[in-house]
Design a protein around this ligand. Structure first.
Ligand SMILES: C[S@@+](CC[C@H](N)C(=O)[O-])C[C@H]1O[C@@H](n2cnc3c(N)ncnc32)[C@H](O)[C@@H]1O
Length: 786
């Protein structure tokens, strides 16, 4: 039927999947005690029995697999529970492309410990050769073998068939064979016409994407003929990133990297060529005979179902250090779960209704709540449904009222900067890019947009100087007594534009710097505060932070480098505002005056901040977006932070205080024009929210105008048209500005700075990764004209 070599490669994906799930089990992501009465020692998750060679996956792969595995577990168990609640005598779970997935054995334990009258039939299906391997393994593992049902009707090297569990070797592209073998295992399309009803749940976890679109369509259509069927499809999608005026789609570098990876491993994602977005998937299910279908991307599933509470986030954040939020959210945008079900069939003797698993597990209520309460700003790249047409009626293009022009084509000839999480500061006619993670541009072998293994990338300690007049750049020579390598640090220039102050950053997952360095073009680096935190000393100082922001501002006549948010070496988000007082070379903490219990503006990281003036001409800080440490929610807030110094009652000590108030912004858009996307349908309010983002930058052009640039959004993908947002403070409005032409830029973990002399904002570096498959960089540098 297919090319045997290609089929073998596809079967190999099972090893990678099951090894990743075993990695979760070993690290404690999965909770064995979801099986009542079972202890860790019993390993009711069973993964240890099916993976002979365990290996520890990277934190981002572990998290992604955790969301995926838990989503499927909750749906399968929720569906069975729903069948029990409905008082069904029988129900069946059919796992397509099961690989070595041990769910049956876990459920068997679960059922043994519970009283239920609903009889579960479980059917695992994969390629015949893989099923043979699976059965061999099961028979040679005492624990699994003991759980196999007794008295099977068929039990040979290639197949196991019994009343409660069957393991069938069938190529899913052969539907006649599939139908025949399912019948042998007791599953027929007649369903509701039989004396006993048999609702079925079909699970396809990253399987059908490897088939040609028409082949996977045929499988989905095949199961639509079952009267009480639910189909759970979990696999990759390609959310729309940009569509140009001619209707051509520009893919996000994440999508390009993912496609390339699967082509290279000889397991191309064939279905994806036909069905890219979750809208495509929704239409597909509808056309193939599924009247009900809800689709959520993995970010939304994680938010609403897998880790809805602070305690869930706390638990997984304690399992291993994690900081790859950008990659995690991209992965979450590129995987979806569809839950489709068939409706009542005409002409059947027994009235039928597919068990509603989403209602059963409480997800329907949460989706409704989120849609109407706008807590989770969903859009059609994160949630789509057949029932809620209006939520998806808008086109994938955001209607843009404003635009912004690039300042020139090749601004920095020869610039090839492959780094992210660096800093960028201007002194005179030069911009200085320091540190970050990536490849040194001085590496002669380096070439932009070449995918390289991660091992070749590292935290950097080099400084690139860019001449803003002619665009040339030069790597500055480095001495030993200079700042250590670091990423996600901060660097700001003094208000007179003579000196750069650099603080913090991390080198390694938990090694976080707390030093302050001063740089001048004349004297180079000077360590003015290096690792001098002494808990006994009178002078308090931050313990070392990364992913914070720093701004130079005047507070009651003193120039200070104000450090906001960030994370410490233990990964905790910082709630204290710290300022390094320039004339005193000393840190001071600011005390929050507000009494709110858990305000969102405290304990955040990966946000951006700018300094503006308030009505009294005082410097205030505007903090935009970021990630809230406690629940890891991506923020869409814009908060104004006012700081001051007052003498204490004793008049000898000074109290540094801070106050915050959230600013609500209205989106400017042309309501009158026809075909507008952003406020059509019932859920207009959802679209008019300032989209959540992190890993972005902000630049205050003047007292009124702030540009927010790039970043990662959640739960959906940040569209190219949403990359640049203009905030007008006086009018309390914002609007999206479409750059004059599409450029292959992602603008994430990049650095921007206002180049006042040339009336432009320049952006340097930034990039991302797609699993461990490859990295991409914004290597050439760019500028936006003001
Ligand atoms: C990525 S693995 C996923 C395994 C399992 N569902 C999981 O999530 O752990 C893909 C599985 O689909 C199976 N598969 C792909 N195409 C298939 C086909 N045409 N017929 C049967 N199985 C197929 C492969 O053999 C492999 O076991």
């Amino acid at each position: 039927m297919g090319d045997p070599a290609a089929d073998l490669a596809v079967q190999g994906t099972n090893t990678s999947s099951i090894t990743s799930k075993r990695s979760l089990e070993r690290l404690g992501y999965l909770q064995p005690c979801h099986v009542e009465g079972a202890t860790e020692k019993d390993s009711p998750l069973m993964l240890k029995y099916v993976v002979q060679k365990p290996s520890r996956r990277s934190p981002v792969i572990n998290r992604s697999y955790y969301y995926r595995t838990e989503t499927i577990r909750l749906l399968v168990e929720g569906w069975i529970q729903e069948c029990e609640t409905l008082g069904m005598d029988n129900c069946a779970v059919i796992s397509l492309g099961c690989g070595f997935d041990p769910t049956f054995f876990r459920l068997k334990l679960l059922q043994e410990r519970r009283e239920t009258r609903t009889k579960l039939k479980y059917i695992d299906i994969d390629y015949p050769t893989l099923i043979m391997e699976r059965l061999y393994m099961v028979r040679n593992q005492e624990k699994l073998f003991d759980l196999l049902p007794e008295n099977p009707s068929k039990d040979d090297v290639a197949e196991f068939v019994s009343d409660t569990y069957s393991c069938l070797g069938v190529d899913l592209r052969n539907l006649n064979e599939l139908e025949k073998r399912l019948e042998e295992a007791g599953i027929t399309k007649k369903g509701g016409q039989q004396q006993t009803r048999m609702p079925i749940l079909v699970v396809s976890e990253v399987v059908l994407a490897y088939l040609e679109a028409e082949e996977s369509d045929a499988v989905i259509k095949f199961f639509a003929d079952f009267p009480e069927a639910t189909f759970v499809l979990h696999e990759q999608c390609i959310p729309t990133f940009d569509v140009d005026e001619q209707g051509n789609e520009n893919l996000h570098p994440f999508a390009l990297t993912m496609f390339r990876h699967f082509e290279r491993t000889m397991t191309p994602l064939k279905t994806l060529r036909e069905y890219m977005s979750i809208e495509d998937q929704r239409d597909r299910f509808q056309e193939l005979g599924w009247p009900n279908c809800e689709i959520m991307n993995m970010n939304l599933m994680a938010d609403l179902l897998v880790t809805p509470n602070e305690s869930d986030h706390l638990r997984i954040s304690q399992l291993e250090p994690f900081d790859e939020y950008d990659e995690q959210h991209w992965i979450g945008s590129y995987y979806f779960t569809a839950v489709a079900s068939t409706g009542p069939k005409e002409g059947v003797s027994v009235p039928t209704r597919s068990p509603d698993v989403l209602r059963g597990i409480g997800l329907s209520a949460k989706l409704q709540h989120a849609l109407f309460m706008t807590e989770t700003p969903m859009d059609k790249s994160s949630y789509i449904s057949i029932d809620h047409k209006s939520a998806s009626a808008s086109s994938s293009q955001r209607s843009i009222v404003g635009s912004i022009k690039w300042a020139g084509e090749v601004l920095f000839p020869g610039l090839d900067i492959n780094r992210k999480g660096h800093s960028l500061t201007i002194l005179g006619d030069y911009a200085y890019a320091f540190g970050g993670f990536g490849l040194d541009a001085s590496d002669g072998l380096e070439d932009q947009r070449i995918f390289r293994a991660r091992s070749q990338q590292t935290r950097l300690a080099t400084m690139l100087r860019i001449n803003l007049q002619d665009g040339t750049s030069q790597m500055l020579p480095r001495d030993d007594d200079e700042p250590a390598p670091r990423m996600h640090h901060s660097a700001v220039s003094t208000l007179n534009g003579s000196t750069i102050y650099m603080y913090g950053g991390r080198d390694g997952p938990t090694k976080v710097h707390n030093d302050v360095w001063r740089f001048t073009p004349e004297n180079g680096w000077d360590p003015i505060w290096r690792a001098r935190v002494n808990p006994m000393s009178n002078h308090r100082a931050p313990s070392g932070l990364f992913k914070h922001t720093a701004n130079m501002m005047v507070i009651d006549d003193k120039e200070m480098m104000v450090v906001y948010g960030g994370r410490n070496g233990a990964g905790e988000a910082n709630e204290t505002i710290w300022a390094f007082v320039i004339p005193d070379n000393q840190w001071v903490p600011f005390m929050w005056r507000s009494s709110e219990r858990q305000p969102k503006y405290k304990g955040i990281f990966s946000h951006s901040s700018v300094v503006v003036k308030d009505e009294d001409q005082r410097n205030v800080l505007l903090v935009i977006g970021g990630i809230h440490g406690k629940d890891e929610k991506v923020l869409n807030s814009v908060t104004r932070v006012t700081m001051g110094r007052t003498l204490n009652i004793d008049e000898n000590t000074v109290l540094h205080w801070a106050e915050a108030d959230e600013i609500s912004l209205q989106e400017i858009n042309d309501n009158s024009s026809a075909g507008r996307s952003s406020n059509s349908g019932d859920h207009a309010h959802v679209h008019s929210l300032f989209k959540p983002r992190f890993g972005h930058t902000s630049v205050a052009v003047d007292e009124d105008r702030i540009l927010v640039i790039g970043g990662v959004s959640s739960p959906g993908l940040l569209l190219w048209q949403e990359t640049v947002v203009e905030i007008r403070l006086k009018a309390r409005t914002f609007q999206y500005l479409r750059p004059s032409s599409f450029r292959e830029l992602v603008m994430v973990n990049h650095a921007t700075v206002l180049d006042n002399s040339r009336n432009r904002i320049i952006g340097i570096g930034g990039g991302g990764t797609c699993f461990g498959f490859g990295a991409w960089w914004d290597a050439v540098g760019w500028a936006l004209k003001l």
